[in-house]
Design a binder for this molecule. Structure first.
Ligand SMILES: NC(=O)c1ccc[n+]([C@@H]2O[C@H](COP(=O)([O-])OP(=O)(O)OC[C@H]3O[C@@H](n4cnc5c(N)ncnc54)[C@H](OP(=O)(O)O)[C@@H]3O)[C@@H](O)[C@H]2O)c1
Length: 228
């Protein structure tokens, strides 16, 4: 999703500077003027690398999006029942779905400008909604995303004073054709599985619409609030 979003935004806002942060080397085409940083924000000691890059380039981001997330890999699958719960699974989910976002917030806390409007969105998931949970399962993913929503609500409150022009939200991007959704796509109706470009367009729209009144909310890709 990060690639689709960068390619969409690069064309839509050609005069903006983009800072791309990833653990792996970036495989898609990046403009020479944009900044690329190889950095694992799930590790607290790597925050300083990003802070330094932003300070060296005098960047106080107008918009920040965190696309990090984990649901499964070769070994770990989302739980179908409580017997499948494991600390390893839970910790992997917490790292990518919560710690990366907390560390990124701590980075922003050092570089944001109190007098400049700015926005920060982290990709969450509809399945993080407690009131909307009718199926159960996916314990670690649901819990880590629910914790992310709470983190962003707390951050919105804390930044009301420190960065009063900064809006924060968690966002359900819609089921999108990526590595994360791949094993579950056979259960999804074709018209409910969205291409990365469409999701990028929708995320752009949510960024443009996000207001200070919505700060701290969990939003759907169409901009409507999702009940917690
Ligand atoms: N795809 C969907 O249908 C869907 C639906 C609802 C919500 N979401 C959410 O949308 C976001 C983007 O998902 P996606 O579909 O683009 O998934 P993806 O293709 O698997 O990408 C997730 C990215 O998260 C980063 N990441 C994973 N584990 C990490 C870790 N331990 N530490 C640091 N970074 C880690 C990786 O970035 P790097 O390798 O570049 O570091 C990875 O490319 C996620 O938060 C996901 O939960 C997706």
């Amino acid at each position: 999703m990060a690639a689709s979003l960068y390619l969409y935004w690069r064309d839509r806002y050609p005069d903006c500077l983009f800072v791309l942060v990833s653990r792996a080397p970036i495989s898609y085409d990046v403009r020479s003027q944009d900044l690329v940083l190889k950095c694992d924000l799930s590790q607290p000691d790597q925050k300083n690398i990003l802070v330094q890059l932003l300070k060296d380039n005098q960047v106080s981001p107008d918009w920040t999006i965190c696309c990090s997330g984990f649901l499964h890999d070769n070994l770990i699958k989302p739980e179908k029942s409580l017997t499948q719960f494991s600390i390893d699974n839970f910790m992997c989910n917490l790292q990518a779905n919560l710690l990366v976002q907390i560390h990124l917030s701590q980075v922003l806390n050092l570089v944001l400008n109190k007098h400049k409007p700015a926005k920060f969105i982290c990709l969450s998931a509809r399945v993080s909604s407690i009131s909307d949970n009718h199926l159960g399962g996916w314990h670690s993913y649901r819990m880590s995303k629910a914790a992310l929503n709470m983190w962003l609500k707390n951050l919105a409150i804390e930044w009301q004073r420190k960065f009063p022009l900064h809006a924060v939200a968690s966002l359900h991007p819609g089921t999108t054709d990526t590595k994360l959704s791949l094993p579950f796509q056979q259960n999804i109706k074709p018209d409910k599985l969205y291409a990365g470009t469409l999701t990028a367009e929708r995320i752009d729209r949510v960024f443009n619409l996000l207001s200070l009144e919505d700060s701290g909310a969990l939003l759907n890709w169409d901009g409507n609030k999702i009940a917690w």
